[in-house]
Design a binder for this molecule. Structure first.
Ligand SMILES: Cc1cc2nc3c(=O)[nH]c(=O)nc-3n(C[C@H](O)[C@H](O)[C@H](O)COP(=O)(O)OP(=O)(O)OC[C@H]3O[C@@H](n4cnc5c(N)ncnc54)[C@H](O)[C@@H]3O)c2cc1C
Length: 622
């Protein structure tokens, strides 16, 4: 068993920042990651990082834009923390050597981005995430932080008290991809989950194949609620054939969207008369699909994004990477022709419920980055607001896990913060109807036996025993998966992805959401017979993908459940039957809690009172 003070699971932007912070606080830190750190998906981020750095800008304006962008579903203490701290974190990156793009006078460049009232998106060409990862990885290496890369974390080692708020996390269990061993990691002070997004729940996504929602699924099964899962961002400019992203930086630099008739539809049809192409992402995605649905799309599928008028010099200076992507994946030369684009799954606003210190309701378990929901993005994230979230809340989670005292949190977590339960609403969801979510292991997460955390005689088990037992359960799980004959995970994953893309996409309606839940239920049943056919110990991707598929099923179910329950139109969540934001009923966060194998829904208050002001919900127009 490996032992460290703080164990950070995931080595993307959030994980690297958390590890550096915990190390600065004096902890012995380990990063455990299924990928090498610089292969993490943060490396794909193109457009930039929002921070109020310039004269004429102010973090309070950034906070206002973020709250408005969230459609008043973000929590003010978290949003204010993000926007006030982002400038110092960006300056810290600059001091660590991040090669930001610069103006002629030497100042760091900033560009306009959707939904922002000031051009405050700081960038490094169109490769911001790549440079961010490399800059922070250098700091990890310099500090001698131990990195366990190619270790796939399968489960958390959490005690099993009845009430999740009494539970403790003592570490995690990982499959060492290189050796084939299943090993325990004991954390003396805390585990930080920083496992990134879950875009693989959909079949048209900008996310990498590694983005499988492992962190949220593990935390959920350990009793931590997942928050606002129905809010999924569909980015308006992805390449139709692959889902590869064309950065919002293109529109930030002046790129224009046209329909098949050559009309600049954002203005022509009044989707966003002021901001046009730079309206918030949810607005632009709906506009594009409306164009296609009304017969003005190209090949009934997509629209055009044109940047030719920016001129070769500017494109090559600021957007060169985009040229390569359009050429390589679509065979289009962006200097001489417009690029085909359509909406694709891009980001998950929802995730593991945390407070502004990164803490979950399970003691010793933290989360940061895209896998977490703190909540700063509410029902819609503004472009350029994910990267500052990684560095601001990654750092806070790392510092706190290593012992820094931030005082009492303003954002409450855990079931005790519930204001009402789903039954009270009489909504058309019966959480229990979906049945248990077990695959092959009575041991997997939700079904932890009561003796898991207790040794004989009813004594509390030591932290090491908790980790050891979790390791044993995962060893048995893998043995069973390999021994038996059964279904291959790939067919089940594909079925799930198709259903999510068809029915839980930009436009959602009750019947479709119910169909999606039916398919998810079928996927669960089929998964109970899943088997791993590759017997090898090392580099067994069949095994990893099988376990990831289970995580995707759990995550997808919480998304569809939340989407069905929320009968209003807010931010990225559009409902055919409910065309209005309903603040009287729905100014609240959706929580899904794992309860003996079935999901339960409850709600918590949104916090609109900030330190600076109270954010009064207004009509969100651009
Ligand atoms: C194409 C693209 C472009 C984007 N551009 C921007 C942008 O310009 N600006 C912006 O603000 N946001 C942008 N975003 C969003 C932003 O980049 C992501 O939200 C963010 O990078 C996620 O960082 P993360 O650290 O949370 O996760 P990731 O960078 O995805 O890292 C996750 C880490 O967890 C590890 N991991 C996962 N599961 C396990 C497991 N079971 N065991 C062990 N390790 C595990 C992985 O190996 C990886 O190291 C973009 C997103 C995409 C997809």
């Amino acid at each position: 068993m490996y032992e460290h003070d703080v164990i950070v699971v995931g080595a993307g932007g959030a994980g690297l920042r958390a590890a550096i912070a915990a190390h600065e606080e004096g902890a012995d830190v380990a990063l455990v990651s299924k990928l090498h750190p610089v292969r993490s998906h943060t490396g794909a981020a193109e457009g930039g990082i929002n921070a109020a750095l310039r004269d004429g800008d102010d973090w309070t304006d950034h906070a206002y834009d973020t709250m408005k962008g969230s459609d008043y579903l973000g929590d003010a203490p978290a949003i204010e923390t993000l926007c006030e701290t982002s400038p110092e974190e960006v300056i810290q990156l600059e001091h660590w050597g991040m090669p930001f793009s610069r103006e002629e006078d030497g100042r760091v460049s900033q560009r306009p981005f959707g939904g922002l009232s000031f051009p405050r998106t700081t960038y490094a060409g169109a490769e911001t995430g790549h440079h961010l990862l490399h800059t922070m990885y250098e700091q990890v290496v310099k500090r001698g932080i131990k990195v366990y890369d190619e270790f796939y974390v399968m489960d958390l080692a959490v005690t099993d008290e009845e009430d999740p708020e009494d539970r403790e996390c003592h570490g995690c269990v990982a499959y060492d991809i290189k050796s084939g061993d299943i090993v325990g990691f004991k954390a003396n002070d805390g585990v930080v989950l920083a496992t990134g997004g879950d875009g693989q729940a959909f079949d048209h996504t900008t996310n990498a194949v590694a983005n499988t929602g492992d962190g949220p699924a593990m935390a959920y099964r350990a009793g931590v609620p997942v928050e606002d899962m129905e809010f999924v961002q569909f980015h308006p400019t992805t390449l139709p054939s692959t889902g590869v992203l064309i950065s919002e930086g293109v529109r930030g630099e002046g790129g224009i969207l046209y329909n098949a008739e050559g009309e600049r539809f954002m203005f022509e049809y009044g989707y966003a008369n002021n901001a046009g192409e730079l309206a918030s992402r949810d607005v632009v995605s709906r506009a594009e699909l409306t164009e296609v649905n009304e017969g003005r799309g190209v090949e009934d599928e997509y629209v055009y994004l044109d940047m030719r008028h920016l001129g070769d010099e500017r494109i090559l200076d600021r957007l060169e990477n985009i040229l390569h992507l359009a050429e390589d994946f679509e065979g289009v030369d962006g200097l001489v022709e417009p690029m085909p684009v359509k909406p694709g799954q891009h980001y998950h606003m929802g995730g593991i419920e945390t407070n502004e210190h990164g803490e979950t309701c399970v003691s010793g378990l933290y989360a940061a980055g895209e896998c977490a929901c703190v909540s700063v993005h509410g029902s819609n994230r503004l472009g350029g607001n994910a990267l500052p979230e990684l560095i601001v809340f990654g750092a806070r989670a790392g510092y706190h896990a290593a012992g820094r005292d931030y005082g009492e949190a303003l954002v409450q977590t855990g079931p005790s913060a519930a204001i009402e339960h789903e039954e009270d609403l009489g909504a058309p969801v019966e959480p229990g109807a979906l049945g248990p979510a077990d695959d092959d292991v009575a041991a997997d997460g939700g079904e932890r036996a009561a003796d898991e955390a207790r040794s004989d005689g009813g004594q509390l088990a030591s932290a090491s025993e908790v980790v050891h037992r979790s390791v044993e359960r995962q060893r048995q799980r893998v043995e069973r998966l390999k021994e038996r004959d059964g279904r291959n995970h790939a067919e089940i994953r594909k079925k799930l992805q198709k259903a999510m893309t068809r029915w839980v996409n930009v436009f959602r309606e009750e019947e479709g959401l119910k169909k999606a839940l039916e398919v998810i239920k079928e996927c669960r049943e089929e998964y109970q017979n899943v088997a791993v056919s590759d017997p090898s110990g090392t580099y067994n991707t069949d095994l990893i993908h099988t376990i990831e598929t289970r995580n995707l099923i759990d995550t997808a179910e919480t998304i569809a459940l939340g989407a069905l329950a929320r009968d209003e139109f807010r931010g990225a969540h559009w409902r055919a039957e409910h065309q209005e934001r309903r603040d009287d009923e729905w100014l609240k966060h959706t929580m899904v809690q794992w309860s003996d194998g079935t999901p339960e829904l409850y709600y918590t208050d949104v916090i609109l009172e900030g330190a600076e002001k109270t954010y009064e919900p207004k009509v969100r127009s651009y």
